[in-house]
Write a protein that binds this ligand. Structure first.
Ligand SMILES: Cc1ncc(COP(=O)(O)O)c(C=O)c1O
Length: 482
């Protein structure tokens, strides 16, 4: 795609869509934001949207839908079984992802539940480039373990490596030899590796993983939730594919996997999810679990309207001017923050900008959750809701011990076509102020910790009255401004 240059020489991303439906936002006073934090246990998942100004929690189910998606929802063929909407979705999956056999599920983690139920048993090990919270929870719930096999570069905050999501092939072979191929039900590759800053893998790396899977006779499972953006970065960064189009790249990637699953909340800017394959044995192994956990095979727990939106959304991932919108806004934000010396994961990836809380809040020990504290502090001083992606999002080990995350990140998601550039500039401005006042941020401790996926509903409290002091400094500097 042609980049659009400005005569002024400014490098800003230009929106290639127009806004026709809007939703009013609230920017409530800082005193209310402080109350909301206490009410929500200093956990941004537990905030009400009435108190949130810019919702950068996630891109999951929050991407803007297109006019064509909304129009398609009106022609939903609502039927328990044999719906024509499902036939349209099957065709979209075959056209875009290149797989003939589709099993619908209500969202990405439902696919993870079914795949783990079918393939994981005590002693199973799943090598992966990196875990995603729900994928890991389902594997461990079924008695399995995971092995994260990234190259060291992936853990460097400041890097220019184009493919930090690549699987470490040498470690993969070592792991297979050490644990035995028989104990490895599948290798999992996650497109645009979520928890290390939305970093892609290259097609060359996927080829190498495929070769290893073939050598040892192991299935290759692709988590395609963020496949469109990974394909876009392949187009931009992998020399061999610079003249390819999105459709070709996507099919090359899915073509190497035995089983592809996805959260349609991300992949196709809708709701729902799916698992697809060309392998009838795999299809049969999973098929029976769909009616058990999800719903009949032609809706899988998804509303039929959303199935229509999914089908259209899948085709739209092939449109480079749509798929580039979020990564180009993220790049703009990352460059702006980096320019101000704010520690942020580089190169800019997909899904969101990821601020390194370990450096931002170097004075807060990991035992007091610097990324959670930073997420709370940013919400307090701006109404911007990000997500903690650090030790709070980690799960305890099998003996109940706390495990500390490799990285303590505050993720500021940039859903597709949702924010304007002035809103992104507001985020930059408030983060800049917070960085200058970072020593006022203090730590957090758990007061309520659920046993599984604790980050969703867990409750925390500040280790001192730092939020009150931070608010006082904000008022001193900004006066009556919200
Ligand atoms: C890479 C990845 N896999 C799986 C999931 C789970 O999908 P869902 O939230 O639809 O259950 C997500 C969700 O964020 C994800 O980012």
């Amino acid at each position: 795609m042609q980049e659009i240059k400005f005569y002024s020489g400014e490098t800003i991303p230009l929106e290639l869509h127009k806004v026709r439906i809007v939703q009013k936002l609230n920017l409530v006073p800082i005193e209310r934001r402080l109350e909301a934090l206490y009410e929500g246990g200093f956990n941004t998942f537990r905030l009400s949207t009435l108190d949130v100004f810019l919702d950068m929690l996630t891109d999951s189910g929050t991407n803007a839908m297109s006019d064509n998606q909304l129009a398609a929802m009106m022609q939903a063929d609502d039927a328990y079984a044999g719906s024509q909407s499902f036939i349209r979705l099957q065709k979209a999956v075959e056209d875009v992802l290149g797989k003939k056999l589709l099993l619908p599920v209500h969202q990405g983690r439902a696919a993870e539940n079914i795949i783990s139920t079918a393939y994981i048993k005590k002693g199973s090990l799943v090598p992966m480039n990196y875990h995603f919270t729900t994928a890991m929870a389902h594997i461990t719930q079924n008695g399995g373990k995971i092995a994260e096999l990234l190259y060291d570069e992936a853990y460097k905050i400041n890097s220019d490596h184009p493919f930090k999501g690549n699987m470490n092939i040498e470690k993969l072979e070592e792991t297979i030899k050490h644990h035995g191929a028989n104990n490895i039900p599948f290798i999992r590759m996650e497109a645009s590796t979520n928890l290390i800053g939305g970093q892609p893998f290259s097609i060359q790396n996927l080829r190498d993983v495929r070769a290893m899977a073939d050598k040892y006779g192991i299935r290759l499972v692709l988590d395609a939730s963020l496949l469109g953006e990974n394909a876009y970065l392949v187009l931009k960064r992998e020399e061999e594919f610079k003249d390819s189009n999105m459709g070709e790249i996507i099919k090359i990637m899915t073509g190497m996997a035995d089983l592809v699953y996805f959260s349609a909340r991300k992949l196709s800017s809708s709701r729902g999810g799916g698992m697809c394959t060309d392998n009838m044995t795999i299809y049969k192994e999973l098929e029976a679990l769909v009616p058990l956990y999800e719903g009949f095979l032609t809706y899988g727990g998804i509303s039929i309207r959303e199935i229509e939106a999914m089908a259209v959304g899948l085709y739209e991932t092939l449109d480079e001017s749509m798929i580039c919108q979020s990564p180009s806004f993220i790049k703009y934000l990352v460059d702006a923050l980096d320019g101000k010396g704010i520690p942020v994961i580089k190169p800019a990836g997909v899904l969101g900008a990821h601020v390194d809380a370990m450096q931002f809040c170097a004075h807060i020990p990991q035992t007091e959750y610097p990324a959670g504290a930073l997420a709370s502090a940013l919400f307090l001083i701006s109404g911007v809701r990000g997500m903690e992606r650090g030790s709070i999002s980690n799960q305890r080990d099998e003996y109940g011990n706390e495990t500390y995350a490799d990285m303590e990140l505050l993720r500021l998601a940039v859903p597709r076509r949702v924010f304007t550039l002035s809103q992104i500039k507001y985020v930059e401005d408030r983060l800049n102020w917070l960085y200058d006042n970072r020593l006022l941020i203090g730590g957090l401790r758990f007061v309520y910790e659920p046993p599984v996926l604790r980050f969703f509903m867990g409750g925390l409290e500040p280790t001192s009255d730092w939020p009150v002091k931070l608010m006082a400094k904000f008022k001193e500097d900004f006066g009556e401004s919200l």
